[in-house]
Structure formats: C-alpha cells, structure tokens
Design a protein around this ligand. Structure first.
Ligand SMILES: [Zn+2]
Length: 314
C-alpha cells in the first residue's frame, strides 16, 4: 500500500490513518492541534509562514487574500513543515512555485516535500484511486475530487495525474496562456516540446475539453500505453496522413490531385500572404467548390488545412 512513495508521503499516510482523515479534511482544526494560526496580509506571492517559537507551539500565518481552497492547501503544507521530522526553522512558503525559482536547493526541496505531504493529507491516494477506478470521464472525475476533497483545480489535477495509467495528457489554459501541462507516469510524450492541441485531438482515443471557472481544461487519453511520438516538425507528413484519412473516409480518393492542385496554385499566386491569409483564402476556395463539399465538411478538414499551411509558411 505504501510502495513507491516519498518518505514525506508515507509520513502523511500514517498521520492520516492516526487521525482517521477522510475527505473533506478539516485541515484548520487539525492544524490547530499543532500550531497557533493567524490570517494576515503577506507580501508578494507568499502563501504562508511557519514560525518556530521557543517553548510554545509554532505560529502559522496564512495570507488572508488567497482563495479559500488555496488557503486550505497552504494550511496542510504548513502542517507538513511541522510534522516532517527533518523540517525545522522558519519557513516562508510559496505553495505553487516551481523549484527553479528558488536559489536555495534545500529550501526548494523542503517546499516540494511539504506540498507532497499536503496533497496526501487532502487527497489521500487510496481514496483517489477508488475515485479514478469508478469514474470514467475526466471531467466528472476532476469535478468530483475538487468538490469532495475541497481542493483547487491544480491540486486536484496534480494528484490525479500522478495516479493515472500511462497514456494520459493534460493541458490547462487561462485566457489562452498555458498554466499547467501534465502527463501520467510512463506516458511517452514530450509535453514541453510537442504539445499541440489539434494534433492530440486527432490522434488520441478520447479527448475532453471543459471549463472549470475561468480555466480551460484539455484531457487526452490513449488506450494504448505507448503514446504516438509525434514530431512537431513533421507537419508535411502529418498533413499527408490526415488528407489520406479524410479522403478514404468520404470515399473520394479521386480528389487527391485536385486538392493538391488547388493548394499549390493558391500558394503560387499568393507568395507574400501570411499564414492566416493563405489559410482563409484556401478555406474560401475549397468551400466554394461543390465537388469538394464532403471534404470541406469533414471534422478534420480544418486541422488538415492548418497543418498544410503551417508547412508552406514555416
Ligand atoms: Zn513551505
């Protein structure tokens, strides 16, 4: 049961068992047993502070302006600093920062350990695994974990994606800006380099897209544990494969020459056009051709055209 876990996760697990913790964990009353808690306005990005005091319980100060669910995570994180035996001294905490922002390696490690402790306390792995095996769709799974465990979207996603089978990819954006990218363990896909929404939509077995608050969440799933490794530079090859697939599915393989002809001619007479201009010219041209109606209406048509234009205007 406690295989493959970090020491701080094992500590959290034993702690949770001792206190009979079941989501939603009342983290405030739990922490009150170990520390005095105050809310205050803290500088910059600081979420919380854990002050060691001589002769009395530590003092935890939480930033009063952070969202409720994030405060809950911070409280569990500070509890981690108190319970994990090798953490000592005063901690100034930023619970959602990447390791790289810290110059002090040891401090960064402590922060990560406290985060892992907090995650295990609020979203226990055994409870989460039950949820994962009983809820098929990601949207429902994610919403359920957020609601029952009373955690933020990012806390839920990090815990969930650590426990999914290989072949799961996640992207979260806010106003078009990437906020979070995750893969389940064992997924052979380079999210740092290759992540392409349209590409993943076309090659994955299941894809879901939904909104949580202002965040857009994209989930892709491959039933085969080996995710296709897609070369993002291979737009030309990809466009070819998609075109072949579309034409086969609409049984119009005879249109291959004429489609390539239209694209070639349009590109030739609009050499100076931008990617967007060429895309819209081609779209109009193909839309106006009655003999290409089924091609134009195919769900993968736009994706094909984007790949083809990207290749012509790279
Ligand atoms: Zn901390």
């Amino acid at each position: 049961m406690i295989f493959n876990k970090y020491p701080e996760e094992k500590i959290a697990l034993r702690f949770a068992m001792r206190h009979n913790l079941v989501p939603p964990v009342n983290v405030m009353s739990l922490l009150e047993k170990y520390a005095d808690i105050e809310e205050d306005s803290l500088p910059n990005d600081v979420d919380g502070i854990c002050l060691e005091r001589e002769g009395t319980k530590p003092l935890v100060i939480v930033d009063r302006f952070k969202p409720v669910k994030r405060k809950r995570f911070t409280l569990a994180h500070e509890l981690g600093h108190i319970i994990i035996p090798w953490h000592s001294g005063t901690m100034i905490c930023h619970t959602n920062k990447e390791v790289s922002i810290y110059e002090n390696y040891l401090y960064a490690m402590f922060e990560q350990q406290a985060n892992r402790f907090a995650s295990e306390i609020l979203i226990p792995t055994s409870w989460l695994k039950n949820m994962i095996s009983s809820i098929k769709f990601k949207e429902q799974l994610i919403r359920t974990v957020i609601d029952i465990a009373d955690v933020s979207l990012s806390a839920a996603l990090i815990a969930i994606y650590k426990n999914l089978t290989p072949g799961n990819i996640l992207l979260v954006t806010l106003n078009g800006v990437v906020q979070l990218k995750l893969t389940s363990p064992g997924t052979k896909y380079n999210i740092g380099k290759d992540l392409d929404i349209l590409q993943l939509n076309s090659v994955s077995d299941i894809n879901e897209k939904f909104q949580v608050g202002s965040y857009k969440v994209y989930c892709w799933e491959f039933s085969n544990s080996i995710t296709p490794i897609i070369n993002s530079n291979g737009k030309r090859e990809l466009a070819k494969v998609i075109l072949k697939r579309i034409l086969e599915s609409i049984e119009r393989q005879d249109k291959l020459q004429s489609i390539n002809g239209i694209i070639g001619a349009m590109n030739g007479t609009n050499k100076t056009s931008t990617k967007e201009e060429l895309y819209s010219l081609l779209k109009q041209r193909i839309a106006s051709d009655e003999s290409l109606e089924s091609f134009f209406k195919h769900p993968e048509f736009e994706y094909f055209l984007q790949c083809r234009v990207a290749e012509l205007r790279k």
